[in-house]
Design a protein. Structure first.
Length: 57
């Protein structure tokens, strides 16, 4: 499965055995996406959540 990066419009290859929740990244710009849904052989991606460091605030 292939899709396009929302940031740089490059092709992102998604493994055929990908599952919902899997993280994939764009090889061109490095943005990480989470596989949100797989429907009819097409993967729908959403930006992966980043865990920010808690400095005790």
């Amino acid at each position: 499965m292939d899709t396009k990066c929302a940031e740089c419009d490059a092709q992102i290859s998604i493994p055929d055995d990908a599952i919902v929740g899997e993280i994939v990244s764009c090889k061109d710009c490095g943005v990480e996406y989470e596989v949100a849904e797989i429907k009819n052989g097409t993967a729908m991606l959403k930006p992966a959540e980043t865990i920010e460091e808690d400095w005790g605030e």
